[in-house]
Structure formats: structure tokens, C-alpha cells
Design a protein around this ligand. Sequence first.
Ligand SMILES: [Zn+2]
Length: 369
Amino acid sequence: MKAVLIAPRKYIQGRGVLREIGTYLKLLGHRPLLLWDECVRGLVGQTVLESVRTAGLEPVDVLFQGESTKEEANRVAQLAREQGADIAVGIGGGKTLDTAKAAAVYAGLKMVTVPTIASNDSPTSAASVWYDAQGNCIGWDCWPFNPDIVLVDSQVIANAPVRAFVAGMGDALATWLEAEAAYKTRAVNLAGGVPTLAAMTLARLCFDTLLQYGLEARRAVELHVVTPAVEKIIEANVLLSGLGFESGGLATAHMIANALPSFPECKRFMHGEKVGFGIISQLCLDDDMTTEAIYRIVDFEIAIGLPVTFADLNLQGIGRERLKQIGDICAAEGSLCRNHPFRVTSEDVVDAMIAADALGQRRKQTLGK
Ligand SMILES: [Zn+2]
């Protein structure tokens, strides 16, 4: 048995660091391919292009076509070859970043990610999640290495919709709860080994940071201001959660979140929001935690605005027969639910989701939400 930890080579976070992007890119090459969509280009394009040109670099400007497909990654890689680019820079949300990472591997370029929202674990990871042209998730690839540089401008993150920031907290809140399950079973992580103590410590720090500063950070981001609490939550959402999930492990919270998009009612929810409900379900599946500890997590999710009931997920009145679809996926061979130190059946997952819904409803009533 071996332990493996993987991570980006350099992580930079702070207000206004986007103005320094040229200086950092210059460490890696001279012709960066910038991949972004029209909206992101409109928001940060001037800052980025100015910084890149001031550093004496010649950028290749490429518009992302909107979906993280293998075809799109191949198109970007081909453009990179034709234009002689030596760095692929993904600027935007998870799909743009994942496509840029894949293009970097395909064309043999350095890899840089610049998240403009803190809603998911893509920026630091060595993986790309794939979708089909209709937007259905069809799998993922793990690359040999993580990004060379991850650059996170805190003001850009604080200017983004608060909902994305909250979804990121949902994804991050699951990190330690799932890594701990995987640690107990010695499950092999995405890095290709069992978790190191370092990964477990980062995952736990992620969890504690969220509970301590999450609500305060949410209030600040509503006003688009950057406070120390916001900086801490950006680090939790992007760095601690990113390293913790990849070099820790996943379990039922993500398995349920990954199965929920098969319901059309749930299409409009962000990944981290679905993980939010997956967490409560996982807590109802495991008997590891005290009632007070479980209430603390549910109450935190309610306070920051994550879904904790079927109604919150647009699934009010859903019956056992439909929930069984998710239960069956969770109980199948190769499921992340195998990472618990006990066997998980389809019925267990259905019951846990029903119990989670009841728990969420009860805590909302108690809190007057
Ligand atoms: Zn996730």
C-alpha cells in the first residue's frame, strides 16, 4: 500500500493578483493561449491582456465554445499547435478550466488555471470532467500532473454571484466527511494511493474553516467586498477542498450529487448545491457522528442557503420508486459508496435520503427558516 499526494506547483490568491498574471506566465513560457468565454473576457479581458503584453508575451486569444467536451479540448489543442502556444491558460468556471487542462496535455503545454468563481474543485486538480454536447456528464480523465500555476483573484471571486460561492462551500464541506470515510477503508484516491496525513489535515482544516467563517464570508460576498473571512473561504473552496478531495477520497455525498442530474427537476442546480443534500444523506447513512455534530452541519447549510430537503431540490413529494434509481447507482459496482467502512445497499441510500429530507425540514422549522 502506498500513500500519494498531488498538488499544483504554485498557488497564488489575493485581491488584484490578476494584474500580475503576465509576470507569472513568463515563468513558464512566452506564448500563452488564453481560453475564456465572452462573458469572462468582458469582465477580466482588459486586465489580463494588459498584464500579459506588459510582460512582453504574445497571447493567443481563444473563445471557449461553452461545453467541456473532448472535441472542444482537441480544437483548442489544435489551435495551440498552429499558433505555437506554449501555455494553456483556462480563465473562468470549471468547464473552461477542465478544457484548458486537457488541451495542455494533448498539445504538451504548461497548464495554468484562473478560476473566476469559487464554486468547484476544478482549479487545483489534475482531472477534467467530460460532458456531451447536450450537457450530460459522461465521465472524467485524470492527467499525469496538476496545473503549474493556479491564480485566484479574490476581488474577481467576490464580484461573482453569491450562489456560486455558496455552492463552492457545499462542495468543500463534503471534503473531510468523505475523505474520512475513504481513509478508514484505505480506499485508493484519484491520486492513485491512500490518503496522506497531510491530505487529511487539509481536509479537516477545510471543514473547520467553513463552519467558522462561512456565514460571515457569505454576507461579505453579497456586498462584493473582500474581507479576511472571504479570503479564508476562497482558500477553503479552491485550495483546501481541491487538494483534500483529490488526495483524500470521495464517498456517498458525491455519489448522490452525481446521480441527481438524471432527474430533469434538478438540472438547474449547481454541483455543490447537490453535494449539500448529499452530505445530509451521508450523515443519515453513517452512525459515526453525535446528533449535535449533525445538527451543526445541517444548520450551517441552512444558514448559508444550501439545499437540505427534497423541496429545496425541486423534488417535493418524490417517491421511493424514483429514489431507487439513485439508490441503485449508489449500490452498483465501482460506486464511491464502497469507500465507507460498511456495506451500502440501494435501500440504505433511499432510506438515508428520506431521513435527510425529514431532518432538513425539522431543522428549518426549528430555526424558523
Ligand atoms: Zn465536488
